[in-house]
Design a protein around this ligand. Structure first.
Ligand code: ZN
Length: 422
């Protein structure tokens, strides 16, 4: 069964969803409008500045039919996914460790061996699949990004350069390929055609196979006011209820749930398969979401007002510091940081520069607000009084890296869940 979302023509390069991306329901209820936003990863070259940057509305809605939270706008993929060499091989130590532990556990728990197959959707440079190879388990990566796929193949990870969906799964199945395990981390939210994605899992998965899917948890987003994780590349924000409804439509169900509270601001790992054996973890998450109201609009309704309050408080704090003569920088020129400064209207008049560890970004400007991007060493060279921590999801790592800056009296401002100086 396939539910194709209905979309209306928006501005050039966008379409606006009028029905739910998962269940097709037509009663989408908007609870947050972030305004006209530039694409968050479209960094600018100061030597070649466009007269105007394209901007697109960004509205978030809840579907009462299946509880899925989603943005309404769909920017054309060729505009949305810009040169991704900028974001290549920037995995943190923590993420690598997390992936390795998961891979080894799957090998042991599922009894994987040389006659098994593990498929990963959005396999990047093969950083996760390499762990299975190390244990002698055959793998297949799927990733349309050429640079990443090349790096994966150089490391011995066979990689198909394609987008994953029902069509690809059907072609693989026709060639006799079935997966004992499918891993899909941080990709489901980037997928506008959710039903094709879930159908693809169902087609490709062996009869007793299991898929593990990781994405940030909508509950953490709402409870901790992580509004800067909402941008055009993330179409959907998932609860367990929404994932279970999506999977059931395609003959799968949610069997197990794990929560990683500090990973990207709060990540869930959903285990899905054809088995009717729903473990206690999945039952209790589904039950808690019903009991605590994540399945009704009321849970989300006040979010817009809470976001407004944070933005106002943050800008007032920065203005106050500026008026006291403070010099302010920021840390983290990623999509999340761009969303925060653009939606709050924080530009070079408040923040002198932003630092980022990715050398490919140095010398460029953030989209929209055009704050210049420099190397992290600039914090010690310039010793600004305050640093707005846009990369709050790496809070502990950044504070540790910047021990010297802090020892010299530098302070960090953490923007969410409520602006705080540390
Ligand atoms: Zn729905």
């Amino acid at each position: 069964m396939s539910v194709q979302p209905t979309v209306a023509e928006g501005r050039r390069g966008t379409q606006t969803a009028t029905t739910c991306r998962s269940c097709g329901g037509g009663d989408l209820r908007t609870f947050l409008s972030l305004g006209d936003m530039p694409l968050p990863d479209a960094l600018l070259d100061p030597a070649n500045l466009p007269e105007r940057e394209p901007r697109y509305p960004l509205d978030v809605a809840f579907c009462p039919g299946c509880s899925l939270v989603q943005i309404l706008e769909e920017v054309d993929p060729e505009e949305l996914f810009v040169d991704n060499y900028l974001y290549f091989s920037s995995f943190s130590e923590g993420l690598l460790r997390h992936s390795r532990e998961h891979a080894f556990r799957l090998v042991d728990e599922r009894g994987l061996g040389s006659d098994s197959l593990v498929v990963e959707v959005a396999s990047n440079d093969g950083y996760l699949l390499r762990n299975f190879l190390e244990r002698g388990v055959p793998v297949l990566g799927i990733d349309p990004a050429p640079t990443q796929a090349e790096a994966a193949e150089a490391a011995g990870v066979r990689t198909l350069r394609e987008f994953f969906g029902a069509d690809l799964a059907r072609r693989l199945a026709a060639d006799g390929i079935r997966a004992d395990v499918i891993v899909a981390n941080n990709v489901m939210a980037h997928t506008p055609e959710l039903n094709s994605f879930a159908e693809g899992l169902s087609i490709l998965l062996a009869e007793d196979g299991v898929a593990t899917i990781e994405n940030t948890y909508v509950r953490d987003l709402i409870d901790h006011c992580e509004f800067d994780t909402i941008y055009h590349e993330h179409f959907c924000y998932f609860s367990c209820t929404a994932v279970d409804a999506l999977m059931r439509r395609h003959g799968l169900r949610l069997n197990r749930v794990e929560h990683f509270p500090t990973l990207q601001g709060g990540t869930l790992r959903w285990w899905v398969g054809r088995s009717d054996e729903v473990e206690e973890s999945a039952r209790s998450y589904l039950e808690a979401e019903r009991r605590e109201g994540l399945t009704a609009f009321g849970y989300y309704e006040q979010f817009g007002a809470r976001v407004d309050a944070i933005r106002t408080e943050l800008v007032e704090l920065l203005r106050r510091r500026k008026a006291e003569g403070a010099r302010i920088a920021a840390y983290g020129a990623a999509a999340k940081g761009s969303t925060l400064v653009n939606s709050a209207g924080i530009g070079p008049e408040l923040v002198d520069f932003v630092v980022d560890r990715n050398v490919h970004k140095h010398g460029l400007l953030m989209p929209g607000t055009r704050i210049p991007i420099r190397a992290p060493e600039a914090l010690l060279e310039e010793q600004p009084d305050d640093v707005l921590l846009l990369a709050w999801n790496y809070r502990d790592e950044v504070l540790e890296q910047q021990a010297e800056y802090r020892r010299r009296g530098g302070r960090f401002i953490v923007p969410v869940p409520w602006p705080e100086v540390v």
